[in-house]
Ligand binder design. Structure first.
Ligand code: AN7
Length: 358
């Protein structure tokens, strides 16, 4: 048998997941059992079409490339690792979909039980399939995300054996801040602008924390402006009040009372950025543009960051990063509703060549 070629730098090429890779920035010790699926190290994709439109350098941080297809894995690896360290047996979350998929996967990996509460009828098919196939106990509630989160908070308060793994769990934010580290490590600089969708507002909070920590430790020497975008029908932070009945095509961010509201406002104000609204129409335009022109397929909520970029004036020549939070295949119905599925034709050369006009 031929001997296997081993590259001398092989060890450094193996990515061990965000907890090991950024251990010195995270609240873990030798006693923490690290539960990982190899999350992180997602592509930072240069976007030539967007760059040309904005006369700037635009990059897409494609978080759909994480193990369960969304950015939630960065926080979940740490939240589940800490829950395991603390001896928890069951984790619970409310979710618009992605948190439930991620929690279900990491809980299964750790051997813990997982309970997820989701709003009936408002969760993308891919996410529901994931939570179920990873083996979570999935409970659809006759209510929205905000109501589900309220119940989950009560479950956490009333039982010490249950750990809540929504972003009110501080380990989620700690893990998610590694996205900012990766952007700086890959770009070799800090972007001037950071565009991001805002739902429950954990991710904008996490990225700002990450950017600030690299700055404070002297790893980086500047800070980006944080540019957050909510869907217009679910824009409590923009409006300044709770939205009782949030509505948007971007079901992932159909949230009317974000848990991290205050820290999102803080990120906006400290960074000199903005939190604004984008219409569903603008989200869908950005969604289609990303797939057709940049070959990046994300889910509708993720496209809110690019919808925001398209309507915001930025400094010519600057560097902007848009976070694309989830994979396009999470929500196949959204894609199919935007196109027409072609009718079947006869299985003959003649029929095909006629269709193609040859
Ligand atoms: C694709 O899964 O809240 O502002 O329960 O799935 O940190 O809430 C998902 C949120 C953006 C908003 N993009 O992030 C959940 C959930 C996608 C998302 C957000 C979500 P946050």
């Amino acid at each position: 048998m031929a001997q296997e070629m081993v590259r001398p730098d092989r060890e450094r090429m193996i990515w061990r997941g965000v907890v090991e890779e950024y251990r010195s920035f995270l609240p873990v010790s030798e006693r923490t059992p690290v539960i990982t699926l190899g999350e992180g190290k997602t592509p930072l994709i240069y976007a030539p079409e967007l760059s040309s439109i904005k006369s700037a350098d635009v990059y897409l941080k494609y978080e759909g490339a994480n193990p369960t297809g969304s950015f939630k894995d960065r926080g979940m690896t740490l939240a589940i690792s800490k829950a395991a360290e603390e001896g928890s047996q069951t984790v619970v979350c409310a979710s618009t979909g992605n948190t439930s998929a991620s929690a279900a996967a990491y809980a299964a990996k750790s051997g813990m039980a997982c309970v997820v509460l989701i709003p009936e009828g408002y969760i993308a098919l891919g996410k529901l399939a994931q939570a179920l196939i990873y083996g979570a106990k999935v409970m659809q509630i006759k209510g929205n995300f905000d109501q589900a989160l309220q119940i989950v908070r009560e479950l956490g308060d009333n039982s010490e054996k249950i750990t809540v793994v929504n972003s009110i769990n501080p380990y989620r934010i700690e893990g998610q801040k590694t996205g900012a580290f990766e952007i700086i490590d890959t770009l070799g600089r800090v972007p001037d602008y950071h565009f991001i969708p805002v739902g429950n507002a954990g991710n904008i909070t996490a990225y700002w924390k990450g950017y600030k920590e690299y700055f404070q430790k002297g790893v980086s020497s500047s800070l980006p402006k944080m540019m957050g975008f909510q869907a217009a029908g679910a824009a409590p932070i923009v409006l300044g009040h709770i939205v009782e009945h949030p509505e948007t095509i971007a079901t992932a961010i159909r949230i009317g009372n974000p848990a991290s509201w205050e820290s999102a406002v803080q990120a906006r104000d400290e960074s000199g950025g903005t939190i604004s609204a984008v219409e569903d129409r603008e989200i869908l335009e950005a969604y289609k543009f990303l797939a057709a022109r940049e070959s990046v397929f994300c889910e509708p909520a993720s496209a809110a960051s690019v919808a925001g970029l398209l309507k915001t004036d930025i400094e010519p020549g600057s560097v902007a990063v848009c976070v694309l939070t989830g994979h396009g295949l999470k929500d196949p119905d959204a894609a199919i509703s935007q196109i027409s599925v072609p009718e079947a034709v006869d299985a003959t050369y003649e029929a095909i060549s006629r269709e193609l006009g040859i």
